[in-house]
Write a new protein. Structure first.
Lengths: 161, 161
DNA sequence: GTTAGCGTACTCGGATACCGGTTGTCCGAGTGGCAAAGG
DNA sequence: CCTTTGCCACTCGGACAACCGGTATCCGAGTACGCTAAC
């Protein structure tokens, strides 16, 4: 089981957008260059964030991406859902109703699958943790442990403007 | 993000093995036929469970797989780790040290990545839930909500012995 | 009748193909800015 | 000097290809059972 790699890129890029100011649109190519990522592919991820309402895209010169709302209202869960999709990792295919077990017949009103319930509960805990972590939490944590980082980001993007 | 489908098969097969008695070895082909699964592929998953010490394999006629320990000591986490692997879904590639950010140099003693920490915490919650759920929990739950199931399993495997 | 030996059928186990999805790339549509020309 | 108009460069956006890991299959090694034949 492996999460889409674009999730990591998306989160870091959102953090950078936050440090650069919410009113400033940054092209995907610049965001990619900062981490030496493939620009076209990062662009694809940013599009997904835009579709999810996390970013706003501005076409044309002076265009790019900007945050659609304050980072205090963006959670890790939002980013994961946008990039990696909403569906659960464990997907119950109801094999208990196949073959010898249920005679190949699905009952009219089946009881929920106990196995699936266990996995669902675990995944709910996972989602809850991710939903409890906003990007604002992360920026404050970073600014505490690594105070120079935001300025370094701003300087780099200003120099390569 | 998608979990290996074999996890579902493995859990249900372990439950069946439990209902059939821990001393009885069942061939992969029979276990597969019960759910109409591809036998050779289920065999592969059962091999993984054997390597992980969850099952014991017996070669030759009258051989097959049996539980290596009581189901009260087998958790969903054990099965997932055996089939799907131990590594985390989110893998931090430390992009913060690439390109413009850190000047392409990884510091001597880097602070832990705050983004990765958030994901790690969530995944720990997920693992904790899975580790708290034993197969014994599941069997009792099933025997409560669907009392006829164990007998149906035993009967089917006895008839097709 | 007993026992030793052999053959057979059945099992797991790992090596080998196949396929869908993530990863990666490309070109087209649209837009804003700049420059040049005209008033 | 100001306004208008046309062009161009830059951006996103979605369609297209490539690679990789999960999915599926197959054949070989080993073992217990049963049959046969000799004692």
């Amino acid at each position: 089981m492996r999460m889409n790699e674009g999730v990591e890129w998306a989160v870091h890029s959102c953090l950078n957008l936050a440090w650069l100011g919410e009113d400033r649109a940054v092209p995907a190519a610049r965001l990619a260059a900062f981490y030496e990522l493939p620009a076209a592919y990062l662009n694809k991820q940013l599009q997904a964030l835009t579709r999810a309402g996390i970013l706003t895209s501005v076409p044309g010169p002076k265009g790019g991406f900007r945050l659609a709302r304050p980072i205090a209202k963006i959670t890790l869960m939002d980013v994961v859902a946008a990039i990696d999709g909403e569906e659960e990792a464990f997907r119950c295919t109801e094999i208990r109703f196949r073959g010898g077990s249920g005679g190949g017949r699905t009952p009219a009103n089946p009881k929920p699958c106990t196995v699936a319930s266990g996995f669902r509960k675990a995944e709910m805990a996972w989602r809850r943790e991710l939903a409890a972590r906003t990007l604002a939490d992360i920026t404050s944590e970073v600014e505490r442990t690594n105070p120079g980082a935001p300025d370094r980001v701003r300087r780099w993007f200003d120099d390569n403007r």
